[in-house]
Design a protein around this ligand. Structure first.
Ligand SMILES: NC(=O)c1ccc[n+]([C@@H]2O[C@H](COP(=O)([O-])OP(=O)(O)OC[C@H]3O[C@@H](n4cnc5c(N)ncnc54)[C@H](OP(=O)(O)O)[C@@H]3O)[C@@H](O)[C@H]2O)c1
Length: 294
């Protein structure tokens, strides 16, 4: 967590997340300037010691470090393109969610305007900001990150990913893919066992054990992917595909939604048709790594 608490910080955008960010800087003792399109959202922070900048230009001029966190990148560009929004000499950290292409374009645009630019992604809810549970990812210049990491530490667990400004956004969506995939698998499993009268709470500990067990496989599977070699050390894909057929059949028979089982099986079937049936499951990376037209 932060240990240089006299560094001034500006927070632009005081929605649910921006208020949490500004609140964490204040709590850590940083002189905190805030700005929001709807000024009244600053009231609670001002009562807690923040200074409300009258204009976006004033907010940017208040110190060397400005964090922006608003709805999307279009709003960021619109706001910072406004008259008087001078970026020269500011380190701008954009914690707004978006795509890697938007992050790279924003970096180029901000740097042309004289800013130092780091992109970031917040993998936490507002209530977690200011605790170690809040994971905040950054990408861009290493030296810019290092210069501000002690200050950013007031927000949570801050991590530097690399110089490509798009990395934080890519990790963000990759993390969301993990989250929704695990949750969807759990919901499907729950729907299946509920057809036999088992409630969600009874199934949850079993599901959790499976998820934790599968997580243990990731380092070994990652080694296969990075090596581009998929020897079937534990199970061949064609063996998995037979179990997938049971999943599809069971889902259809008991009347639960079989879309996800069919997708899982279709991907394995394509890989087997391409000659990978005797290889191990991570060979499916080839299916995930190419776009499909349908
Ligand atoms: N909330 C979360 O759990 C969470 C978690 C991770 C990441 N994030 C990301 O954090 C960002 C902000 O989310 P939020 O939850 O704080 O959203 P929010 O509560 O809806 O707040 C949106 C903020 O954007 C401002 N804004 C929108 N359009 C603007 C424009 N054209 N010009 C100036 N300001 C504009 C709003 O100003 P007004 O107050 O004037 O409307 C407000 O400050 C998003 O990119 C979101 O994906 C949020």
């Amino acid at each position: 967590m932060s240990d240089n608490t006299d560094t001034p910080v500006t927070v632009i955008g005081l929605g649910l997340m921006g208020q949490a960010l500004a609140g964490a800087f204040l709590k850590a003792g940083h002189p905190t300037t805030v700005w929001n399109r709807t000024a009244s959202k600053a009231d609670r922070l001002v009562a807690g010691g923040a200074r409300l900048a009258p204009t976006i230009g004033d907010a940017l001029a208040a110190g060397p470090l400005a964090i922006i966190c608003i709805t999307d990148y279009h709003a960021v560009r619109e706001l910072l393109d406004a008259d008087g929004a001078e970026l020269g000499g500011v380190t701008l950290i954009n914690l707004t969610s978006g795509t890697s292409a938007q992050a790279r374009a924003a970096a180029e645009w901000a740097e042309q305007r004289g800013a130092r630019y780091l992109d970031g992604a917040i993998m936490a809810l507002p209530a977690a900001i200011g605790t170690v549970e809040a994971v905040i990812l950054h990408s861009g210049s290493r030296s810019d990150f290092d210069a501000h990491a002690p200050t950013l530490g007031a927000l949570g667990t801050v991590t530097y990913l690399g110089p490509d400004h798009g990395l934080a956004s890519l990790y963000d969506v990759a993390g969301l893919a993990m989250m929704w995939s695990v949750l969807n698998a759990w919901l499907l499993g729950t729907a299946l066992v509920r057809t036999a009268g088992v409630d969600a709470a009874t199934f949850a500990p079993f599901a959790r054990q499976i998820a934790a067990g599968v997580a243990e496989w990731l380092p070994g599977h990652a080694e296969q992917i990075d090596a581009g070699a998929f020897p079937a050390e534990a199970s061949a894909l064609e063996t998995d595909a037979r179990a997938m057929a049971h999943l599809v059949e069971e889902s259809e028979a008991v009347g639960v939604n079989a879309e996800l089982p069919r997708l899982i099986k279709a991907m394995a079937d394509r890989s087997i048709a391409a000659g990978h049936g005797k290889e191990q499951y991570p060979v499916l990376i080839e299916e995930f790594s190419r776009q499909r037209g349908d």
